[in-house]
Write a protein that binds this ligand. Sequence first.
Ligand SMILES: *Cc1c(COP(=O)(O)O)cnc(C)c1O
Length: 476
Amino acid sequence: MFRQARYDEPLIFEMGGKNTSEPQANNVVPEKLSRKKLPNIPKLTEVEVVRHYTRLSQMNYGVDTGFYPLGSCTMKYTPKIVEEIAGFEEVNTHPYQDESTVQGLLKIMYELQEMLKEIGGVDEMTLQPAAGAHGEFTGLLITKAYHESKNESRTEVILPDTAHGTNPASAHMAGYDVIEIPSENGMVSIKALKNALSEKTAVFMLTNPNTLGIFEENVFEIAEMVHDAGALLYYDGANLNAVMGKARPGDMGFDIVHFNLHKTFCTPHGGGGPGAGPVGVKKFLGKFLPVPVVEYDGKKYYFNYDKPDSIGKIKGFHGNFAVLLKAYVYIKLLGGNGLKDVSEIAVLNANYMKKKLEKYFELPHKNLRKHEFVLSGSKLKEKNARTLDAAKMLLDYGLHAPTIYFPLLVDEAIMIEPTETEPKYEMDRFIDAMIKISESPLKNYSPKNTSAGKVDEAGAAKDLALSWKIVKEMTS
Ligand SMILES: *Cc1c(COP(=O)(O)O)cnc(C)c1O
């Protein structure tokens, strides 16, 4: 009779077919290092393991299963062809392989640099940083190297209260003091910026459109003020989805730009990666870029390490190549006009949803929005509920919640970014759910239809149970 093998009965066969459950010494692992007892792993059959992981996969929620309007995260759909190409065997090479054997891959990196330069309006580029925050940190090290090269010691980074949380964190990590300035009508307060700028200012970091989804109308004036103070202007380009083919950070006066390839240029993210945060700079900052930079001498592609003023290497090997490749394929797939369409539809979708929902929620600032918009759930308080309750209620409609309680300057913030890949009926389903929730929100709501109810978020971050053993201990 067929009996399924259990994992506590390892099928270790010696020549001649002897089967034993004792761990076997072999001549690869020295006797004194080899295991004396079998590992204590769960006793399960194959079908139990398959069911366990299949069930886990069904508990998951992602862009492939439904609407994911997580503001500032640009959770757009990634075409499957992009994933497929990133999985090609031909691109699975060793990072120390000789340059002559990876000319095609170097060409992809080189061309990606060129395309990003054109999209961002910058002159030189590094693909090394592994995330947006890592790009910010790289940009700040370049800022530091630049001021030091002029024998200036500038200690402050200014940023608006709409800034993403990674901006102050990166500035702090790079050793700067952080000065936050308030907004006025959802944009940088020119007066506050004027007061904050001094000979101590190293750089002003700005997102445009900002995290409220509003385009900074005074960006030229801001650039002039910042440059007059001898400081640099940094563009947090994590959310470039709003302006591709329409406006370029370099043309707005920015000196340093980071891109989040894992937002604007596909690669589904969330849950921590992988990402890529290339950084582009204007010509005068090019010599500070991390080494190596991919270059082309007319005959071959190569890594240029010969940059004496470089800030050094900021990542092992050459960046997250799979993410770079996906962005490359995505840009090639769409072309310049396609990217422009992306931005137009992303902005149209956000404004469509804003228009439908503003009557039911508070909408701080009346400006036109770009790729996203931020509602306030403050009216829910009249019905004894909060934004958190609305977010939890949405889960029971089978929808992912928007970003909530960010940006901090909006009370009970609800930050919605539909992206260009969402069909209208799905946005309408979300709008209907939000309207129903606004009419009868339920206090302290705990989702009923999801695999997990309302989780203890502080506990989930502080008391991590990463193994089956710990969970058993905690629950016994
Ligand atoms: C996502 C985001 C970042 C940080 O990017 P990571 O890749 O998560 O480090 C920075 N700024 C803005 C505006 C963002 O939306």
